[in-house]
Design a protein around this ligand. Structure first.
Ligand code: FNR
Length: 443
C-alpha cells in the first residue's frame, strides 16, 4: 500500500512537471480571425473561401476553361519539380527582395490583375492593394477592376502599382485609360494578349453566370446560407467596371468592346507610343511569340495561360521558362503565372529563370476567405513558405536560385551537373543574379 502511494505521488509530480509544456494559446475571439489563423496553406484558405461565398462566386474564381486540363496540368507540373538543396551553406537570414522595372519590392511575386474583384468580397481591390502595400508587394489593377484607377492609387501610398490593359476596339478608351494610369502613378503597363475571345467557363455557364452577372434562383438561395457575403453585397455600391464608367447594366456592353480580336503586333507599337514606362505583354505561350515580342521592343513578357481560363490544353507556362529565358532572358524581364499556390512553387520558377511570379487565385482565396485580413494571411503564408524553402535549399537571395536547384520531370540535368560546380569558386567572378540564372543552362 505504502509502495503504491509513493508511486502515485511520483506520478502526480511528473504530471505537474508537464505543465511547463502546456502553454495555453491566446484565444482568438473574432471567428473570422480564428478561421484565418487556422489556415496554414493557401489550399486551407481555399477551403475557408468555399464556405464564405456563394458557390457561383467561388466557381467563377476557382474555375478554368472547358475541361480545366490546362490548369490541372500546370499544377501537376509544378508538383513534379524536384528541389536539389545544398546543405551546410552557413545561411542565417535570407533576402526575398528584388527589383522589378526599377522598383524595389519585398517579394519576387506580384499580385495578378483580376476582374470582378469586389464580387469576391465587397472590399475588393481596396483590400488587396492595402495588403500588398503592407507586405511590399506589387499589385496589378485590371481594366475589368471594380475599383477605379484613381481609388486604387489613393490606397497604394508609394507601393508599386501596375496597370493591366485589355485592348478595346475603341482607341480613345485605351488612350484615356493609359493617361489616367500614368497620371495616378502606375509604374508598368501589362497588355493582356491571350483573350481574343473569352474562354468557355463551363462552371459559370452552368450557374447561369453571365455579363452582367445575374443572380439565378439557386445563387440567391445559396446567398442566404452566406449571410456575411450577401449583407456586404447588398449594402455596398453595385458592381461596375469602375475605371470604364457606367453601371452594372453596362458590364455586358463593355465586355463586347473590351477585347479586340483584330489586334496585331503593329497595334502594340501604337500602344507603346502612348505609354512611356515599362511595357509588358501578358499571356505569352510559346518561345516563338516571346522572340516576336522581344523584337517588337517590349520590356517584359509574362508566360501565362491565364490560369487555365482561356485556351484549354494550352502549354504549361512554367515548363516554357528555361527555353524562353535562353531565347530572350538577356533582353527582357520574364515573369510567369498560372497554377502557383505556394512559396515552394514560386522558388522553383525563380530557379528556372523567372524574374518574378504572378499570383491570381492564391490571393483571391484569401480575399474570399476574409477580405483584407484574408489577403494578409495569404501573403504571410506565401512569404513564410518562400523564406523556408530558400533556407532549406541553402540559398540566401532570390538571384542565387539557379536551374541547378530544380530537377525538371524527365531530365537528370541537376544530377549530372553537381550543385557545387554551378557556384563561383572563392575569388572567381561570375555575372550575378538573374544574369547567372539565364546563362546557366539545363542541358
Ligand atoms: C483572372 N485573370 C485576369 N487576367 C487579366 O489580364 N485581366 C483580368 O481581368 C483577369 N481576370 C481574372 C479573374 C479571375 C477570377 C482570375 C482567377 C484570373 C488572369 C490572372 O491575371 C492570372 O493570369 C491568373 O490568375 C494566374 O493563374 P492563377 O495564379 O490564378 O492560377
Amino acid at each position: 500500500m505504502d509502495r503504491i502511494d509513493r508511486s502515485w505521488t511520483a506520478r502526480i509530480a511528473d504530471a505537474l512537471e508537464l505543465r511547463h509544456f502546456l502553454v495555453p494559446r491566446t484565444p482568438i475571439l473574432s471567428p473570422a480571425r480564428r478561421r484565418l489563423a487556422r489556415a496554414l496553406t493557401v489550399a486551407d484558405l481555399r477551403k475557408v473561401a468555399a464556405r464564405q461565398v456563394p458557390r457561383a462566386v467561388f466557381d467563377y474564381t476557382d474555375g478554368a476553361a472547358d475541361e480545366e486540363i490546362s490548369l490541372r496540368r500546370t499544377r501537376e507540373y509544378l508538383r513534379e519539380l524536384t528541389f536539389v538543396p545544398s546543405s551546410l551553406s552557413g545561411l542565417e537570414a535570407v533576402d526575398t527582395s528584388t527589383t522589378l522595372f526599377g522598383a524595389k519590392v519585398a517579394q519576387p511575386f506580384v499580385l495578378a490583375p483580376t476582374g470582378f474583384t469586389r464580387m469576391m468580397h465587397a472590399d475588393g481591390e481596396t483590400a488587396v492593394v492595402r495588403s500588398a502595400r503592407r507586405h511590399g508587394v506589387a499589385y496589378t489593377l485590371s481594366t475589368m477592376g471594380t475599383t477605379s484607377i484613381e481609388q486604387v492609387a489613393a490606397e497604394s501610398a508609394d507601393a508599386p502599382l501596375w496597370f493591366q490593359l485589355y485592348v478595346s476596339r475603341d482607341r480613345e478608351t485605351n488612350a484615356d485609360l493609359l493617361r489616367r494610369a500614368r497620371a495616378a502613378g502606375y509604374g508598368a503597363l501589362l497588355v493582356t494578349v491571350d483573350v481574343p475571345v473569352g474562354g468557355q467557363r463551363l462552371r459559370d455557364a452552368r450557374h447561369g453566370f453571365g455579363y452582367p452577372p445575374r443572380l439565378a434562383a439557386g445563387t440567391f438561395l445559396d446567398g442566404l446560407r452566406r449571410p456575411g457575403w450577401t449583407a456586404r453585397f447588398l449594402t455596398t455600391p453595385p458592381l461596375s467596371f469602375a475605371s470604364l464608367g457606367g453601371s452594372t447594366k453596362d458590364l455586358g456592353a463593355h465586355m463586347a468592346h473590351l477585347f479586340d480580336p483584330t489586334m496585331t503586333i503593329a497595334d502594340l507599337q501604337w500602344l507603346r507610343q502612348e505609354w512611356d514606362g515599362p511595357f509588358v505583354v501578358k499571356g505569352v505561350q510559346s518561345v516563338a511569340d516571346a522572340v516576336r515580342y522581344a523584337e517588337a521592343g517590349v520590356d517584359g513578357i509574362i508566360l501565362s495561360n491565364h490560369g487555365g481560363r482561356q485556351l484549354d490544353r494550352s502549354p504549361t507556362p512554367v515548363a516554357l521558362l528555361p527555353e524562353v529565358v535562353d531565347a530572350v532572358g538577356s533582353r527582357l524581364t520574364v515573369g510567369v503565372d498560372s497554377g502557383f499556390l505556394s512559396g515552394a512553387d514560386i522558388a522553383a520558377a525563380l530557379a528556372l529563370g523567372a524574374d518574378f511570379v504572378m499570383l491570381g487565385r492564391a490571393y483571391l482565396y484569401g480575399l474570399m476567405a476574409g477580405g483584407e485580413l484574408g489577403v494578409d494571411r495569404a501573403l504571410e503564408i506565401l512569404s513564410a513558405e518562400l523564406v523556408r524553402t530558400m533556407k532549406l535549399l541553402g540559398v540566401g537571395a532570390v538571384d542565387d536560385l539557379t536551374p541547378a536547384h530544380v530537377r525538371v520531370p524527365g531530365t537528370e540535368a541537376a544530377a549530372r551537373a553537381p550543385f557545387r560546380a554551378t557556384r563561383p569558386r572563392p575569388g572567381e567572378h561570375r555575372p550575378g543574379g538573374a544574369q547567372a540564372r539565364r546563362t546557366a543552362s539545363l542541358r
